[in-house]
Design a binder for this molecule. Structure first.
Ligand SMILES: [Zn+2]
Length: 260
């Protein structure tokens, strides 16, 4: 088995062990690689603290899309997740929080009915139990294989999030590469605090679509975390190695509870 990682951006070569130790960030150019939900939790949550919710909530095939059931069944196997988002409760530096982690390996972490239901239930649990929510987003948007039902998840998740917010509960959205489409147009952009990982793609429509629509050239870093941060869309860009400390600081400022 190949035990080296070669960065596709800068060509830097390091051992897989060192790459893992650097949280899958290239030491040469700082590129933050996409993470599986397991790796994301490993480098964010306190060890062994995560307890999954709603693992059995999986996609149906509401519009009878050909081959859809087979595809999702295979992805459940390879990703070890029921859907494109894994939700649950954990502690982060001792703070008790509800967490959602999207995994781009699962159909580009697109949001269908099951993902929408899991996110909605997460916020409802947070509303009932007065707990903060943090979601690591990474998504191609709504899931076209579920047609209009996937678009409805935008309103559904936003509604549950709104109730959580009106109760004064904290929601932190962390945009990771890539966060686009219907996910960006709903819960990803509704955080009380919006964080982005360096270099993450963050936008709604694809660059090419926008360029062709407006008939003009776009800035070279259009829709990068740095671009949207300069334009006030993101509150801060946080490197992966500082994510836990930064989240803990936010939880402390907002008087979130520590695990007893
Ligand atoms: Zn690199």
């Amino acid at each position: 088995m190949d035990s080296w990682f070669v960065c596709s951006i800068c060509g830097n070569k390091i051992s897989l062990a060192d790459y893992k130790a650097s949280l899958y960030v290239c030491p040469g150019c700082g590129r933050h690689s996409r993470l599986s939900w397991q790796d994301r939790l490993d480098c964010t949550a306190d060890e062994g603290s995560f307890r999954e919710f709603d693992a059995g909530v999986v996609s149906a095939n509401p519009i009878g899309f050909p081959g859809y059931e087979e595809k999702t069944a295979a992805l459940r196997e390879t990703c070890g997740a029921g859907e494109s988002i894994v939700t649950g409760i954990c502690t982060i530096m001792g703070y008790r929080v509800l967490a959602g982690v999207m995994d781009s390996r699962f159909m580009m972490a697109s949001m269908g009915c099951a993902a929408g239901e899991k996110i909605t239930r997460l916020f409802e649990y947070g509303t009932e139990n007065r707990l903060p929510v943090v979601i690591f987003t990474a998504s191609g948007g709504a899931r076209m294989q579920e047609g209009i039902f996937s678009l409805m998840q935008m309103a559904k998740t936003s509604g549950a999030l709104g109730k959580h917010s009106r109760l004064g509960q904290l929601y932190v959205s962390v945009l990771t590469d890539p966060t686009t489409g219907g996910v960006m147009a709903s819960f990803a952009s509704l955080g009380d605090i919006i964080i982005a990982e360096p270099g993450a793609l963050a936008g709604f429509a694809g660059k090419r679509v926008i360029r062709d629509t407006i008939g003009g050239e776009l800035p070279f870093d259009f829709q990068s975390a740095e671009f949207v941060s300069r334009h006030g869309f993101v509150d801060m860009i946080v490197e992966r190695k500082n994510m836990r400390e930064t989240l803990a600081k936010i939880f402390r400022v907002h008087r979130c509870k520590k695990e007893l």
